[in-house]
Design a protein around this ligand. Structure first.
Ligand SMILES: [Fe+2]
Length: 295
């Protein structure tokens, strides 16, 4: 066999091996390779097509990274900063568990570190993970949590997990060490206007939270320039009903069972007396342009 033929055969063999490795990497990254070669194709042609495909993959990677950063910069309203670590190729397009504004034992003795390890570390993490799984490779992957919630069918797996991810990010900010007390400024004025007194608001929140049957949330919301107390069932949330959430209490059993067993009323009392973050509620109230015009 002429030397030229041997060299060409060797080059083609090497090219096919390289393409095989590239195809495996592409499949690992969720994209199927369209490159196919046969022994008759000139090596230069194969090489050019490989270079072109590699450039396309890199452009797609850069696009996904940009979207990942975009998502990281748009946390759920009220959430603290999302994880800001450099994403790897496999991590693009994901929502991340927001960092708590206090240590894991920062709400003790009212809510223990064990409660937060399960509630935040496992339940909330699970909602975030499920959202990522459900939107992977779909148009929703490029949207914010709020957009995903508003575009989903109520009660669907995507709605439930996205809403619960949002609700919990909001909830953690509704509590702080040495919380409780009363709101101030424009929010206090609105409370006095719409409830008559802080005691009335507290009583309505407690009654709603304690009395809600089954799993759900008790909220202080604003709609149509008025404050109101509302409850939602399971993952449902004010956003889906055109209301602005100001403060919430998680009344799912997983929120209080470790520390209070079945005594939901004791948990609600501890929340309102020692944990409620009224500064956060004030920020939500003042930050809403519609409400600011109303005050
Ligand atoms: Fe919860």
């Amino acid at each position: 066999m002429p030397l030229r033929m041997i060299l060409k055969g060797t080059l083609v063999t090497l090219a096919v091996a390289a393409l095989g490795a590239a195809a495996q990497e592409i499949q690992k990254r969720g994209k199927t390779s369209y490159l196919q070669v046969d022994q008759t194709e000139p090596f230069a042609s194969i090489f050019n097509r490989m270079t072109s495909e590699k450039a396309a993959i890199e452009r797609r990677h850069e696009s996904l990274l940009e979207q990942r950063y975009d998502l990281s910069n748009r946390p759920a309203k009220g959430a603290t900063t999302l994880a800001a670590t450099q994403p790897s190729y496999e991590e693009v397009h994901v929502f991340a568990l927001p960092k708590l504004a206090y240590p894991i034992d920062g709400l003790a003795p009212h809510l223990s570190a064990e409660t937060l390890e399960y509630h935040y570390g496992k339940h909330h993490q699970s909602y975030v993970d499920h959202v990522n799984e459900l939107v992977a490779g779909k148009p929703e992957a490029g949207k914010t949590l709020e957009q995903i919630i508003l575009g989903a069918q109520a009660g669907s797996p995507l709605f439930n997990n996205a809403a619960q991810a949002w609700n919990h990010s909001f909830y953690w900010n509704c509590m702080r060490p040495d919380g409780g007390g009363t709101p101030r400024g424009p929010l206090l004025d609105a409370v006095l206007r719409d409830f008559g007194s802080m005691e009335q608001l507290r009583a309505q929140l407690a009654t709603a939270a304690i009395g809600h049957f089954g799993s759900g949330w008790a909220w202080l919301v604003a709609k149509d320039r008025k404050l109101a107390v509302r409850t939602t069932h399971d993952a449902d949330l004010p956003l889906y009903h055109g209301q602005t959430a100001l403060l919430t209490i998680d009344v799912w059993e997983h929120a209080y069972y470790i520390d209070f067993r079945n005594a939901r009323a004791k948990y609600i009392e501890a929340f309102l007396d020692h944990l409620a973050n009224w500064e956060f509620a004030e920020q939500n109230y003042v930050g809403d342009a519609t409400l600011a015009r109303a005050s």
